[in-house]
Ligand binder design. Structure first.
Ligand SMILES: [Zn+2]
Length: 182
């Protein structure tokens, strides 16, 4: 007996060929087959090539860096997606032909990361809280830097790891409170 999800799971898998030799196992066909079978189900079952490529890239982007692993998983993922330019912001989706307009749903301006974090009036309240808190961190470190998109997305080289972690925490609270799930 197998339930519906297990059946769907199997439906899109290839049978692996029997092998008894590492050389054969690692050669192109068997290794591609097992890579394919090991893809998460929600990616393996995508039928549109562009969407498949997009999701594949999104799932297997850039090698991890310790700072960038900071935070609650959902908000951390949104933060990471913005960093690697594969986010749900319309500007990024438009670049991958996944939406018809790059514009923000609230303004007639492209929904770039800069627009989302620093400009869009829809998130004024959340942004004020974020910028106030980051300004405090900069002040503690005797920095008068303007708060740029780079600091929000990559952290600052002038801050210690601990302070950058705090910046990330604050940015991820903004992401969560914005309700945008970018
Ligand atoms: Zn906007």
């Amino acid at each position: 007996m197998c339930d519906q999800s297990t059946r769907t799971e199997r439906k899109y898998k290839f049978n692996t060929l029997p092998f008894d030799h590492a050389f054969y196992r690692d050669s192109i066909i068997p290794s591609s087959t097992s890579k394919w079978n090991n893809l998460p189900n929600h990616i393996r079952t995508i039928t549109k090539l562009d969407t498949f490529k997009y999701m594949l890239k999104r799932e297997y982007v850039e090698p991890p860096k310790p700072l960038f692993h900071y935070g609650e998983r959902t908000n951390q993922m949104s933060h990471t997606r913005i960093r690697v330019k594969f986010s749900n912001l319309n500007f990024h989706l438009f670049n991958y032909n996944l939406v018809t307009s790059p514009n923000c749903n609230h303004c007639n301006l492209p929904e770039t990361p800069n627009h989302y974090f620093l400009i869009c009036p829809q998130y004024d309240q959340e942004r004020k809280e974020m910028l106030d808190k980051i300004r405090q961190i900069l002040r503690i470190n005797n920095l008068n830097n303007k708060i740029t998109l780079d600091i929000l997305v990559y952290g600052s080289k002038k801050l210690s790891h601990t302070f950058n972690t705090q910046v990330f925490h604050i940015v991820q609270i903004f992401i969560k409170k914005s309700g945008r799930n970018p």
